[in-house]
Ligand binder design. Structure first.
Ligand code: CU
Length: 375
């Protein structure tokens, strides 16, 4: 169950995306020292904890192995919305992705001198977080991992004699690893985009469309998109969304309501389903699948459309990564009868633009809600 940590972090995620554009570039770039004679005064080597781009979360450390001198400090940061932890287990068993302590730093505000025997965890790191640091006073090999993305792990080699990884080498390694991961992610997305939507004609002449692809999963990374992101249906038709991945997602029509923000585990509006009226959804009001996915209580969500219009929907958990779409509902036509395909959009560009506009609107709504609650 991966629900708990990802779910909990959404507030931080969204806050992170609000702040990402204002993150000072210089804060992310260690200043090289002219004569690095001692390691203690050198800027820490910074490892990237995951990256991404619109529609994709690359859940890898970049690079996943670095070598540093004895006494060195290593920093971790991320530039993408997907949260991660940097966790040195110190001999403890690996926590489940749903471990409720995953979001919480083990030593808040401290740079721990790690000897390999303590449990040291960053808690959730998002693009808003400062560089998280840990130091290594003793030679050895120190593995670390991200709790919420099984398979996302790395090693810090601390050596008195081996050549230390330079920042340039680390950055190049990260770039190489991330690029290598994006290729199969994009191939998976292309495959999913080509998957046909199942159509069933109902007794009353309406059509039920089955969208069986919500996101894509190439462990440990994710495609954060709906396939198709745009669909043309008619009044009276039904769209069934089905998730086939273990990553939690939602199908949410805000319908003019503000995005729930900051989301919390106690908020049943996000966690649980808010079904559309049985008579059909007319595009107004909040309709939400709740969290669905393989291993979650729900896997499918069905919405019947009762009114013509363009109805955008989002995944609340990943809207900041561009995860959204639109159902275009046309007025019902009895004749001529439906023929051929569902008239799905074949190009992604229009839907991507629509999604980004939606994200901006959702963010704005979220900001208003947040400021309303904090004053
Ligand atoms: Cu999602």
């Amino acid at each position: 169950m991966r629900l708990l940590p990802r779910f909990t972090v959404v507030a931080g995620l969204i806050a992170g995306m609000l702040a990402v554009s204002t993150l000072p570039v210089e804060a992310q770039t260690p200043t090289p020292t002219a004569t690095a004679t001692t390691t203690s005064t050198a800027a820490p080597l910074v490892v990237q904890a995951g990256t991404g781009e619109a529609g994709y979360a690359v859940n890898l450390f970049g690079p996943n192995k670095v070598t540093v001198p004895v006494g060195a400090t290593v920093g971790f940061k991320t530039n993408w919305f997907e949260p991660h932890t940097v966790t040195f287990l110190g001999g403890r068993p690996t926590p489940a992705p749903s471990d409720p302590t995953a979001p919480v730093p083990s030593h808040p505000g401290q740079v721990v001198a790690y000897s390999g025997t303590q449990y040291v965890s960053s808690g959730f790191i998002t693009s808003r977080s400062p560089v998280w640091q840990i130091s290594f006073p003793t030679a050895g090999s120190y593995p670390f991992l991200c709790i919420i993305h099984p398979g996302m792990n790395g090693t810090v080699e601390v050596s008195a004699s081996a050549a230390a990884t330079t920042q340039a080498q680390a950055d190049a390694g990260a770039q190489q690893g991330f690029s290598a991961a994006l290729t199969p992610l994009k191939a998976e997305a292309a495959k999913l985009a080509a998957k046909p939507v199942t159509q069933t004609t109902n007794a009353d002449g309406t059509t039920t469309f089955r969208v069986n692809t919500i996101g894509g999963f190439v462990p440990p990374s994710d495609v954060q998109q709906f396939f198709p992101a745009g669909m043309n249906v008619r009044v009276g038709d039904t769209v069934v969304f089905e998730s086939t991945v273990p990553t939690p997602h939602t199908v949410t029509f805000l319908g003019g309501t503000p995005m729930p923000f900051p989301p919390s585990l106690e908020d049943p509006k996000i966690f649980g389903p808010t079904p559309a009226p049985a008579a059909g959804y007319d595009g107004t009001g909040y309709v939400n699948s709740g969290v669905i996915g393989v291993g979650f209580p729900g896997q499918t969500f069905s919405v019947k459309f009762s009114k013509a219009g363009n109805f955008p929907f989002i995944c609340i958990l990943h809207v900041d990564q561009g995860m959204g779409g639109t159902i275009n509902v046309a007025a019902a036509q009895i004749t001529p009868p439906k023929t051929g395909s569902a008239g799905m959009l074949t190009t992604e560009s229009a839907t991507v633009a629509a999604t980004l506009a939606l994200v901006a609107a959702a963010l704005l709504a979220g900001t208003r809600v947040l400021s309303g609650r904090t004053r």
